[in-house]
Design a protein around this ligand. Structure first.
Ligand code: EPU
Length: 345
């Protein structure tokens, strides 16, 4: 195990925040996980699990052991006439894995093409796009459980998957995900219900074409972190009661909204931010993207304090206009490497 000191994490987070980690180690297999956990225990360090860095907010200095997940491999563990079950290393690139499943003629993940990050992070916030959430296709998640101090497998039913949510978000510093097991159908209906996806796909009802249309839509509105450092949607779409929805839609009849099964209503955070005047607006080095107001961009070497100044201002303006509190989507880390609630910031 090669522990390095004072490692710059800027290349490893898509918001390009400068963050120096006191201790850093690359993790390529389960033995590395166990060694790193033992080292952190002896050195009295917290552990910060770094995956693709596409949904995290890092402070300028982190005093902890950063475990950079790089476990590779896609293993076929079961197959029948209907499906294949695949165990995938946490360090596999998400988009490359989606492309691979499509080449294998497996269905389901095409709607999630081009989402940045690695496979191991996909269950954490139950990544979702264009009418599909990854939890629908996960059979189990393999973890090192730091509370029980053991390796174990957590079945999807115990993962508590919901919109941008899972047990891994509920208990943020407990699990280190090593592998994710997916069960993917060999034949299924394509999911075309979201927005104008059906029109874009047209008559060519193949997983390949669906995947390509999703890629086209994402590329047309979401900035590439290489050009504009960002973490995708910066806020969750707020889910409100029907009474709150009635109040706002009375004044703003064009408010985009999505009724939920439980009677609540999901609102479009991008629209609320846009209406509050933040589309294409910057505060110092950080602003909301001109083509999609939901995406916060680091335009010029900003640090976490700059990012917080901008998103707090956005939250305040949306609150003033709509009386809705937007909740950030990315995970916020403290100087000691632990995940902390945005409300404590
Ligand atoms: N809108 C505006 N102005 C804007 C942005 C959006 O008026 O600047 C309106 C749009 O016209 C549309 C509505 O807001 O009526 C919703 O926008 P969009 O369809 O772009 O989807 P979204 O709600 O912004 C969500 C996910 C995305 C996911 C897309 C497609 C969240 C927080 N975001 O975005 O996820 O790709 O749906 O399913 O749920 C991510 O999490 O990083 C992400 C990109």
């Amino acid at each position: 195990m090669n522990i390095q000191n004072n490692v710059q994490l800027k290349p490893f987070n898509t918001l390009s925040l400068s963050s120096i980690s006191s201790h850093y180690v690359k993790i390529q297999n389960i033995a590395d996980v166990l060694d790193a956990v033992a080292y952190a225990h002896l050195a009295n360090l917290n552990i910060l699990v770094l995956s693709g860095g596409s949904n995290m907010l890092l402070p300028e200095h982190v005093h902890s052991l950063v475990m950079h997940m790089d476990i590779q491999g896609i293993e076929l563990i079961a197959e029948d006439a209907q499906s294949q079950t695949l165990r995938v290393g946490a360090g596999e690139n998400w988009h490359q894995f989606v492309l691979w499943t499509t080449r294998q003629q497996l269905y389901g993940l095409q709607n999630l093409a081009l989402i940045p990050g690695l496979v191991g992070a996909s269950p954490v916030q139950n990544i979702g796009a264009y009418g599909v959430e990854v939890g629908e296709f996960i059979q189990s998640v393999q973890v090192y459980d730091r509370e029980r101090q053991q390796l174990r497998s957590i079945l999807a039913a115990e993962c508590d998957f919901a919109y941008r949510h899972s047990v891994f978000k509920d208990q943020p510093n407990r699990y280190i995900i090593t592998h994710v097991t997916f069960k993917l159908p060999k034949h299924a209906e394509l999911k075309l219900g979201y927005g104008d996806l059906k029109t874009a796909v047209g008559d060519d009802l193949t997983p390949q074409n669906l995947q390509q249309q999703v890629i086209n839509i994402r590329q047309s509105k979401l900035p590439d972190p290489k050009d504009y450092p960002n973490v995708g949607s910066f806020f969750k779409n707020p889910v409100v009661t029907s009474q709150v929805f009635a109040r706002i839609s009375h004044e703003f009849p064009n408010l985009p909204h999505y009724p939920q099964a439980n009677g609540q209503v999901k609102l479009a955070a991008g629209w609320l931010i846009d209406q509050a005047g933040w589309k294409g607006k910057q505060l110092g080095k950080v602003g909301m993207f001109h083509k999609q107001a939901l995406v916060l961009v680091n335009y010029a070497d900003a640090n976490l304090t700059d990012v917080q100044a901008t998103y707090h201002a956005v939250q305040q303006d949306v609150y003033r206009k709509f009386h809705i509190q937007l909740e950030p989507e990315p995970v916020l880390f403290a100087k000691d490497g632990l995940i902390r609630a945005h409300t404590d910031a």
